[in-house]
Design a protein around this ligand. Structure first.
Ligand code: FEO
Length: 395
């Protein structure tokens, strides 16, 4: 029996994706899971499905509890394909089930899977669905993180099913927060927040306030990826409140790439200068570290110090990838500092600064550039540059 009981009549019937390491570019070093939940009352409801690769496993898990023909409702909290690509198959087998989604969810289902999904019934915030002893209450959560996103709340069991929100890419034999290592869990939760939800920070704060104002008690948060929060759901709610408010430590992240070692030497001297100013530093060379991990470290840093050599009058390609990714994630409230090396014409620092300003980042000026190989004097300038950054962080 692989099904897991959240509360009597509420079961996890999802699947664990132990071996996924690339989730549309997000490096998932601990794998993931696609959590589906079966609520068995006078009526039976399935909340979300799973990635199509795991459809048969999902069907097996549901079938341990009920015949699919007995399912009355399939709730689609979110249409992204990791949660919905099994839906066309499941909907055919659960032929008596009504499919429930937000209006934008219905539109997106039709756009993904065709006109067969014209029969989807729509719900909006505050709508309720009686299953018998239990009531499902719906809360639209547009742009957390797609327009269609929706939370489902089981009123009597006090279980919130918020789909992607509060999730983590974390494959585990444990399903609950009290069954896994807390440090690993919070590490994956912060990685997930930084890489998926960071652009929507203002909406997250508003949604948390909305849930608090609704006065709905929460015993458990059951997201659609990773671990279910039952021991202390407030831990992840408080973490989201901090991350969304950009609560930062006295910490700088130095991220760079290098061709012949000049930018590397500069990065180390700048990091030494920051450290000597009493500020913690994390230093990453791109091509040795995934953007996913760098972005996670940036989440609670006050400053980001970015360095590139010039290649063909432009920034190095790995910096282009990093800056494209990070400007899209829209981290707020950080100080951005730039440095680099060049042989003749330069261009890397100019282009990085321009990209950062276009994204609305707070850019520390002047930046620092070195020709060819930094000598002692140049490295002293880099050290001083680091000290200035530390002073700004501590101000
Ligand atoms: Fe886990 Fe937005 O899908």
């Amino acid at each position: 029996m692989v099904n897991v009981v959240l509360k009597e009549g509420v079961n996890w019937v999802g699947v664990v994706d132990w071996n996924i390491r690339d989730f549309h570019g997000y490096v998932t070093s601990r794998g993931s899971s696609y959590n589906s939940y079966l609520i068995s009352d006078e009526k039976i409801a399935l909340v979300d499905t799973a990635k199509i690769n795991f459809c048969n496993e999902l069907i097996e898990h549901i079938s341990e509890l009920t015949s699919l023909e007995k399912i009355d409702y399939i709730i689609v909290n979110h249409v992204e394909m990791d949660h919905s690509s099994s839906l066309p198959v499941i909907a055919k087998l659960a032929k008596n089930a009504k499919i429930i989604a937000s209006q934008r969810g219905k539109d997106a289902l039709i756009e993904h899977y065709g006109a067969d999904f014209n029969m989807v019934e729509t719900v909006k915030t505050g709508d309720e669905l009686k299953l018998g002893k239990r009531t499902l209450r719906f809360l639209e959560a547009p742009m957390l993180h797609w327009p269609d996103s929706m939370f489902t709340y089981i009123v009597e069991d006090k279980i919130l099913m918020p789909n992607d929100a509060f999730g983590q890419h974390f494959a585990s034999s444990g399903r609950f927060d009290d069954e896994v290592d807390t440090c690993a869990l919070m590490e994956e939760a912060s990685t997930y927040y930084a890489n998926i939800l960071m652009p929507f920070a203002p909406l997250i704060i508003r949604k948390i306030h909305e849930v608090v104002q609704m006065g709905i008690p929460i015993d458990m948060i059951a997201p659609s990826h990773g671990i279910i929060w039952r021991k202390d759901p407030s831990k992840i709610i408080n973490a989201y409140a901090d991350w969304s408010s950009m609560v930062a430590k006295q910490k700088a992240v130095v991220v760079f790439d290098t061709m012949w070692g000049s930018t590397d030497k500069m990065a180390r001297s700048i990091a030494d200068g920051i450290t000597s100013g009493g500020v913690k530093v994390e230093l990453f060379k791109l091509r040795a570290t995934d953007n996913t991990d760098v972005v996670t470290e940036i989440l609670d840093a006050k400053a980001v110090v970015v360095g590139s050599p010039t290649l063909n009058n432009q920034m190095f390609p790995s910096l282009g990838s990093f800056l494209t990714y990070i400007t899209g994630l829209k981290p707020k409230g950080k100080l951005w500092c730039f440095f680099g090396s060049f042989g003749w014409g330069g261009g890397a620092v100019r282009d990085m600064v321009e990209m950062a300003k276009k994204a609305g980042f707070d850019v520390h000026e002047p930046s620092i550039e070195i020709k060819y190989v930094p000598d002692k004097e140049d490295l002293k300038k880099c050290f001083n540059f680091g000290q200035q950054i530390a002073q700004k962080i501590k101000a």
